[in-house]
Ligand binder design. Sequence first.
Ligand code: AMP
Ligand code: TRP
Length: 339
Amino acid sequence: MTEAATPKKKIVFSGIQPSGSLTIGNYLGAIKNWVNHQDLYNNVFCIVDMHAITVRQNPADLRRRSLEVAAIYLASGIDPEKSAIFIQSHVPAHAQAAWVLTCNAYMGELSRMTQYKMKTQNKEGEAIEAGLLYYPVLMAADILLYQADYVPVGIDQTQHVELTRDLAIRFNNYYSPTFTVPEVLLMKAGAKIMDLQNPEKKMSKSSDNPNSYIMIMDKPEDIRRKISRAVTDSIGVIKYSDDQPGIQNLINIMSAINGQSPEAIAAQYAAASYKEFKEAVAETIIAELTPVREKVEELMGSGRSELEAILKEGAARADYMAQKTLRKMYKKVGFVPSF
Ligand code: AMP
Ligand code: TRP
């Protein structure tokens, strides 16, 4: 096929914060979906360390985790030939574009973000870091710099992508068309994995109770223990129903891994006890995560220079794309081009 006849692939951008050990929620709600769709798109996957410092981080931990998240992307099947993988702070355009967008964002719309409200509730009178308020503008910069068409994220991030769209449209209208207006690519299976101890709440790496989440790097015995302790109900029969949020969550986890529909899984285990079903769920998770964990351990150890080379190359590709958009932004707002 000639170049002209090749349809241009749409651009996908997404990122994860290296602010804690990644959970199976990150894996099923985000990374696995990126991997499944990477051939369809031109992909840019970022480790958003600049987002992570909106809350205080231990510097040594942040460094280690940033590399570990990169290793997890690779171990999960993101192919550096098909996708640019890089660390956000390695591409200065993110901070530069964020400032220009900040000057076009409103305090009102930022302070209405659900995540901001949640992170600052009960903090009246306390010092609240301004980064928490501006964080969605940095996220908008991440996405808009790459002219992304699609942003695959879990449901909790859709409001931030809506804000990104609003900022893109506002900038395009006020100056002239500059940004692609991105859309959320929401994945159904795994879109929201719930806390194992409180299945009304999203599973999060920031939970205080380690039994609440399964980490991608958890060992098989930890996975078995945490799943066996997962909160269920006293109904005692496996059904896929909102009345049984704990069981529903375990079904969703299994479904997101093996691709069967939740209803088919419920039917298959209709006669099983909760204990038997939990054992099956634990073994499904272990079979999925073990090869990922082993590959991450290798990349963080003997494969470290390979990991660093991939991140260097990814940052160079990302920087090239980002600079193109940043130059346009600077020109439109009236900055003098550098001499
Ligand atoms: P975060 O851990 O908040 O930085 O999220 C990184 C990505 O993982 C985002 O796309 C989230 O929507 C997704 N994610 C995080 N936790 C979950 C969860 N419990 N279920 C599904 N997706 C999640
Ligand atoms: N805010 C996202 C989260 O907490 C992470 C993120 C930062 C992101 N920049 C992004 C996700 C750009 C998608 C696109 O999950």
